[in-house]
Design a protein around this ligand. Sequence first.
Ligand code: NAD
Length: 347
Amino acid sequence: MRVLITGHEGYIGAVMAPMFRDEGLDVVGLDSGLFVDCDFGSQPSGIPGIRRDLRDVTAADLEGFDAVIHLAAISNDPLGNLNPDCTYAINHRASIHLAKCAKEAGVGRYLYSSSCSVYGAASPDDVLDENAAFSPVTPYAESKVMVEADLAPLADDDFCPVYLRNATVYGVSPRLRGDLVVNNLVGWALTTGQVFLKSDGSPWRPLVHVEDVCRAFLAALRAPREVVFNQPFNVGRTGETFRIIEVANMVAERIEGSRVEIAEGAGPDPRCYRVNFEKIERELPGYDPSWTVAKGVAQLDEAYRTIGLTKEDLEGSRYLRIARIQELLDQKKLDQDLRFVDAGDSP
Ligand SMILES: NC(=O)c1ccc[n+]([C@@H]2O[C@H](COP(=O)([O-])OP(=O)(O)OC[C@H]3O[C@@H](n4cnc5c(N)ncnc54)[C@H](O)[C@@H]3O)[C@@H](O)[C@H]2O)c1
């Protein structure tokens, strides 16, 4: 099977692309290169890639692929807030453009990397399955809702879109992100002794390891068409939705000498959702998640110690997406639409 993975140089893609290659798939990546050289420890995986902005893709780029896995995006809330128009242009309109190009090129399956953040500001008393109402609270989350709505009418006998609504991801990747809650709290604990919470820790958040996300996509790629056709799946694991304060306590327990600190005057984060993962566990053959947050905290602790992570690293442009993009904007390598200004600046 020949598969195109967009965003293969990002946090999830840098784990997914080599995993799929090792599973025997013929993998090609496509990425604009926003995070080139922002490596965590390991060497680049040698996956062949197309250096292209999503907004410029044509059907000819997608000829000969059996499936497109669409990860590339402005991929968290702070980044999405930088320039909401641009977030909608890349995350919404370019995702639909990509899907139309894929359909025109005869690609059969389109796996869309959505997010549990579509549920947004939910009641802490409800555990949300795939039929729950959307309540996005940021342009990033809103863009995910819009893509799901506009992909559905493209579904037909020849084109099978699938919506994988990932929980918040954690764990080691060659493109590590220090802005994801578990990765961030372990980093703070290790480098400062504080497990530092900017909100009061009360909201619920489902969490999933990056390798289990990749396994969910692999299962969706291989599943019989009738199981996944035009279907949403929450991607995570039963028992792995926590209040942020519980995650902080797990981290403090693991990292000797660290303690939980809550920022002065911190209130609750409006993003709060408890999620039900029974559908993916029951219906998607081959999806068998193996990680827990506790194991992930230990994995990160060991990896951070191995590379000698510092607080400056954690707050710098190598691992913080917003810092990286701001740096490229300040250097005038990216314009306000997050396009590389000069072809020579596009790595
Ligand atoms: N990481 C999470 O916790 C999480 C949770 C839910 C959903 N998701 C979704 O999964 C996908 C991957 O997330 P990630 O954490 O790996 O993101 P990431 O930011 O680490 O990687 C995104 C990649 O997309 C590329 N990209 C961005 N804009 C592009 C454009 N215009 N053209 C081509 N390439 C472009 C970037 O260069 C980068 O390599 C995203 O769609 C994200 O919204 C992630």
